[in-house]
Design a protein around this ligand. Structure first.
Ligand code: FEO
Length: 171
């Protein structure tokens, strides 16, 4: 049985993951408007991944005999100054999510909830990748700042991102 505090914290995280998905969808719409379809596609893939994170938490709460409670999702930002500003916002957001995941891990340790410690380890590892991929795009966009052909090439590169349905996804 899932501890009440852990259940409430994971429900909060489900909201945060769905918000992340919503934020990245909003960023996708910004790129669509700017005629950067590759980056818009990258954001939609990112949004799908975030929903799978939400489902992973959802399934875990169910497995442990807890109750998932969905709450209102905050409206995301809708405007950014440049493609670089968007990806800087991604990097900043992912750093925030890492903090939330660390908080959940701290709580699991405090409660001596070993199953949740093991479960959260996946997210701790995932956040290392998420932060690294955002930082890589930010770095490349800084290199090509003001270079239209560089931006065009970056857009093509990011448009090649593929959404792979995770093997663990249980809908
Ligand atoms: Fe679900 Fe991007 O963290």
């Amino acid at each position: 049985m899932l501890n009440e505090k852990m259940e409430a914290a994971i429900n909060g995280q489900i909201n945060a993951e769905i918000y992340s998905s919503y934020l990245y969808m909003s960023m996708a719409t910004w790129f669509d408007e700017k005629q950067l379809p590759g980056m818009a596609h990258w954001m939609r893939v990112q949004a799908q991944e975030e929903m799978t994170h939400a489902y992973k938490f959802y399934a875990y709460v169910n497995e442990r005999g807890g109750r998932v409670r969905l709450t209102a999702i905050e409206g995301p930002e809708t405007d950014w100054a440049s493609p670089l500003a968007v990806y800087e916002a991604v990097a900043e957001h992912e750093a925030k999510v890492t903090g939330l995941c660390n908080g959940l891990m701290d709580l699991a340790l405090e409660l001596k909830d070993h199953a949740s410690v093991s479960f959260m380890q996946w997210f701790i590892d995932e956040q290392v990748e998420e932060e690294a991929s955002a930082a890589e795009v930010v770095g490349k966009l800084k290199l090509i700042e003001g270079d239209a052909s560089g931006l065009f090439m970056m857009d093509n590169e990011l448009g090649a991102r593929v959404f792979n349905v995770p093997v663990w996804l249980k809908l």
